[in-house]
Design a protein around this ligand. Structure first.
Ligand SMILES: [Zn+2]
Length: 309
């Protein structure tokens, strides 16, 4: 029997918790993470050191498919023509997600195929001759069929969003990350959009999205602030496509008002719901789902005890 009089060990003063970091393998103090929404700090639930934790956040943003696209897109821009702050970048991420969804992707082994060829087209072109540049912002971009973009690429678009800015300092591989870290709350955006990096192996057999160009056209005009109530719903696919492309070209050459008028002429009236984007942030969708579930449970298990049918 253990002796009851065994002297107790003197209480230790609390030392910072050290763990063997699962990323770098070093024995280090556990990372303190900050919730970007509430600003609350807590010890990371993972065995990870501060340095690796910061690296991991960087990785989730910059190595995501959006991060890679952004780096490529920023190379054609300058420091004046990129999203100004976190709110601007949030709008761009929303648009980029709609763009990827519209293309529709299928993953099969190493192969990724898209259902539709869309591009994110600048309304004010990137290259302009008067020392100005078109911005990489949601209000200066439009999801359009690649064919439309190719046909117009050699012409200066006569219609502009009037949001061009004077050309500023360049963005290179060397300053890209630093510019992003300084301007944008990367941690917040990761949380809001739930940036996850999936390997092709994990995505194998998975497919999503794919939106016809007639629907994309109406949705895009709506997003850009035009009052659109129509969609071109012609049964003949070739005719439908040529009418859609004509409206797109009218948009880039003449402007949104005339394009919207043409769309009303060619299309049929349709409920706003099917031609309006849902810009709910993924983080809020999760919360909504939780709320819906709680509501369902309430309905199933009482609480409505005053209800008499
Ligand atoms: Zn580490």
């Amino acid at each position: 029997m253990p002796s009851l009089s065994k002297p107790r060990k003197p209480k230790k003063t609390r030392k910072p918790l050290r763990v063997t970091c699962e990323k770098c393998g070093k024995r280090r103090q556990k990372a303190i993470t900050t919730n970007p929404i509430t600003n609350q700090k807590r010890k990371s639930p993972k065995k990870i050191c501060q340095e690796c934790h910061e690296k991991w956040i960087d990785y989730r943003f910059f190595d995501s498919s959006f991060g890679q696209w952004l780096r490529y897109a920023f190379k054609r821009q300058c420091q004046n023509s990129i999203p100004e702050d976190t709110a601007d970048l949030r709008d761009l991420i929303h648009l980029w997600k709609k763009y990827v969804h519209a293309k529709g992707l299928s993953f099969e082994g190493e192969k990724v195929t898209k259902k539709y060829d869309y591009q994110l087209c600048h309304i004010d072109p990137v290259k302009q001759c008067d020392g100005k540049i078109g911005c990489l912002t949601a209000s200066n971009l439009m999801i359009a069929p690649e064919t439309v973009n190719r046909e117009l690429s050699n012409l200066p678009y006569p219609f502009t969003s009037k949001s061009s800015v004077p050309i500023g300092e360049a963005i290179t591989d060397d300053n890209f990350k630093a510019i992003c870290r300084e301007r944008y709350d990367i941690k917040l955006l990761i949380k809001e959009f739930n940036f996850v990096i999936s390997t092709k192996k994990q995505l194998n057999g998975y497919s999503f999205g794919g939106v016809d160009s007639n629907q994309v056209l109406s949705m895009e005009l709506n997003r850009l602030g035009y009052d659109v109530n129509h969609m071109i719903n012609h049964n003949d696919a070739a005719l439908r496509e040529s009418l859609v492309n004509e409206v797109y070209e009218t948009f880039f050459k003449v402007g949104g008002v005339i394009a919207t008028g043409l769309l009303a002429q060619y299309g049929q009236i349709i409920g706003k719901g099917s031609i309006e984007y849902d810009f709910t942030l993924p983080i809020h969708k999760v919360e909504q789902n939780k709320e819906n579930k709680a509501m369902k449970e309430k309905m199933l298990y009482g609480t409505f005890d005053t209800y008499t049918g």
